[in-house]
Design a protein. Structure first.
Length: 291
């Protein structure tokens, strides 16, 4: 089977939106290449449907400006690759990486050799789901988890993707985790990654549009590393599902939208306990204050 690598050159602010665009058009894998500028690369079967797919991608790219997203330079290019090359190209960008003081993300095909006794591995094979653990937003969320987790908490991971944050939470001592994702493929990938991490074998993963299909008692923590344009819709959904003084950890927020998200958090009764930034990406540790 042959594949085409479709590449869009873009800027840091538009990375998440371009990734979402590719996946919405049926991408068979997405990678972020920062070798020469920023390029998002997606893989599609090289068949008679490809011209229509590329046309769809270009049309959606032009529409982004209507949603106040600047994807420039937004150059689209194609490069044919074999299936073997596709697999190797994807994996060559993904290696074991120490993310925080305690957490290290380990690709499932690599051997974990701890550097310290307290180092905790998170074994991942993200396949086509978002969440390799190496993106700035995921790193920020792991750091936030290390800051607030004391052990024994209950947690909901909204938009779990590969399940990387759910596993990280269990490694840090969270007692129970419910993980959700709107995408059935991501739900399956997350379940497969839980098998790679025995400490996470009791995590429940369900398909849900944010928290709409979640039925649970209020929890101590809600975490969400999702597209910025979805966060505003999520914030009010968290209020009835979080304990008084519970924590809402959120990332996926780029510079331009950060002030608006901060405003929405305050309007809904959240106090921003800590704000962190990596490059142009922001994360927040917020706490729901009892009125």
């Amino acid at each position: 089977m042959n594949w085409q690598a479709v590449s869009i050159s873009t800027n840091r602010d538009a990375v998440e939106v371009i990734c979402d665009l590719f996946m919405s058009v049926g991408a068979e894998g997405v990678q972020i290449d920062e070798t020469n500028g920023i390029a998002i690369i997606a893989y599609y079967e090289d068949d008679d449907q490809l011209p229509e797919v590329v046309s769809n991608i270009k049309s959606r790219l032009k529409l982004l400006s209507k949603f106040a997203v600047d994807p420039s330079p937004a150059t689209v290019s194609l490069h044919g690759v074999s299936q073997a090359d596709w697999e190797n190209n994807w994996k060559q960008y993904y290696h074991t990486q120490r993310i925080t003081r305690h957490l290290t993300v380990v690709p499932a095909w690599e051997t974990f050799i701890p550097q310290q006794a307290t180092e905790m591995p998170i074994f991942m094979d993200p396949q086509l789901a978002f969440g390799t653990g190496t993106h700035e937003t995921t790193q920020l969320m792991m750091q936030a988890l290390e800051t607030v987790v004391r052990g024994g908490e209950s947690m909901i991971d909204v938009g779990t993707g590969s399940g990387v944050l759910a596993v990280a939470a269990k490694q840090l001592g969270v007692h129970s985790v419910l993980a959700t994702d709107i995408d059935d493929m991501s739900v399956q990938v997350a379940k497969e990654n839980l098998i790679l991490n025995p400490i996470a074998d009791d995590i429940k993963v369900i398909a849900s549009d944010l928290l709409l299909d979640v039925e649970t008692q209020p929890v101590d923590l809600i975490v969400a590393n999702i597209l910025a344009d979805v966060i505003e819709r999520l914030i009010p959904q968290t209020l009835s599902r979080l304990k008084p003084d519970g924590y809402f950890l959120v990332s996926g927020i780029y510079d331009a939208i950060a002030p608006h998200i901060e405003e929405q958090l305050h309007i809904n009764g959240y106090e921003i306990v800590q704000k962190s930034q990596m490059g142009e990406w922001h994360s927040y540790i917020t706490q729901l204050k009892e009125k």
